[in-house]
Design a protein around this ligand. Structure first.
Ligand SMILES: [Zn+2]
Ligand SMILES: [Zn+2]
Length: 350
């Protein structure tokens, strides 16, 4: 039986933490469940899941649906599209069976690229390599989660660039049903020896195709921008992330139509040590002023009452009621008071 390889290349940068990544996790589990029940898909479809942030990694190697067990997703720092693409090309080179005189190879692989961010590195070389070696021999569907993505880069990779309106759980459900339907129709299509690639019909409210000729971004739209801060628990030494969502307030000078930007706490999330493995190790100097942040979480790792204490080394950790706190990053002991005024905090690349 000829295989129809389906690759998911998923952005797991910090802005995906919390609800988005949970929705993706559930969505993929539902896709697999639906495909297991589909007689065409179970015969032909093979699935692999790759993730990328500052680094890229295979979390599920290419395998038959019957053996597939839905994975949990890690989170990393940075959005390296070039490493994601590079890793995808490596996986394709290693796994795809080519047609030869002796055997019929795989059907054209279908790749779903899901990303919500702007790459934090230069991806031109990887895109060039993609165009030269893989663009024609695969079907790539690039899906932007929200409108923050650098669409011009995605449109260089493929003509199938779609915008997913990831506003709530119902939209995610509809989106993953659309992915499932697209895989199902494609697996029927290969069975009929047709093209082997057919996207299901789009519901414009959930997912819409980007028209490359008219780049209009609705003006009333507020960017779903996030600030994410990386911290370490003083007690457990485990990393955690604090996610803040952008809010716009009318400034005191609102006659002038000015708005001030602030970031409101969205949640604090424990991550495991794979966070470092998947993060871009290069030093970053992104700063956010503490006065722009609204709210501070408790520590999601040990429950300490304040998760946003900043050591003189510049790193963030939790503090409790202890008189002297020890920075889990640099081991400095210090006494913390409540500071007045704003100060700069290192933020992650997202
Ligand atoms: Zn803690
Ligand atoms: Zn320190």
């Amino acid at each position: 039986m000829r295989r129809l390889p389906i690759y998911f290349l998923i952005d797991i940068s910090e802005s995906m933490i919390g609800e988005p990544i949970q929705n993706v996790e559930e969505g993929l589990a539902n896709i697999i469940k639906a495909l297991k029940a589909d007689p065409y898909a179970i015969e032909t479809v093979w699935v692999s899941i790759l993730v990328f942030a500052g680094q890229a990694k295979t979390i599920v190697p290419l395998q038959e649906i019957a053996d597939f067990y839905p994975p949990r997703f890690p989170i990393g720092g940075g959005t390296s599209l070039s490493k994601g693409l590079g890793h995808l090309m490596y996986e394709l080179r290693s796994n795809i069976i080519k047609t030869t005189h002796e055997q019929k190879g795989d059907w054209k692989p279908i790749i779903f690229l899901l990303t919500d961010g702007v790459p934090t590195d230069d991806s031109r070389t990887a895109i060039q390599e993609w165009k030269q070696n893989w663009q024609k021999s695969t079907n790539l569907v690039a899906i932007s989660f929200g409108q923050e993505t650098d669409l011009s880069l995605l449109t260089e990779l493929t003509e199938n660039v779609l915008m997913f309106n990831n506003s709530d759980t119902a939209q995610y459900t509809a989106f993953f049903k659309w992915v499932t339907d697209s895989i199902k129709t494609s697996s029927v299509s290969v069975d009929n020896s047709a093209s082997g690639f057919e996207l299901a019909k789009l519901d414009d409210k959930v997912i819409s195709k980007i028209d490359l000729n008219k780049k209009t971004i609705p003006q009333e739209y507020i960017d779903p921008n996030y600030v994410v801060l990386a911290a370490k628990c003083q007690n457990t030494k485990r990393p955690y992330l604090m996610k803040y969502k952008k809010v716009l307030n009318d400034s005191p000078f609102s006659d002038l139509g000015l708005q001030t930007v602030a970031y409101r706490l969205n949640g604090a999330f424990q991550v495991d040590n794979s966070y470092y493995e998947l993060s871009d190790q290069s030093v970053n100097s992104f700063k956010i002023n503490s006065e722009e942040l609204i709210g501070a979480p408790t520590c999601p790792s040990c429950g300490n009452q304040y998760g946003l204490a900043i050591c003189s080394c510049g790193k963030i950790h939790c503090i409790g009621e202890e008189e002297y706190s020890t920075c889990p990053w640099c081991d400095t002991k210090a006494q913390y008071g409540t500071g007045g005024g704003g100060f700069d905090i290192n933020r992650t690349q997202g």
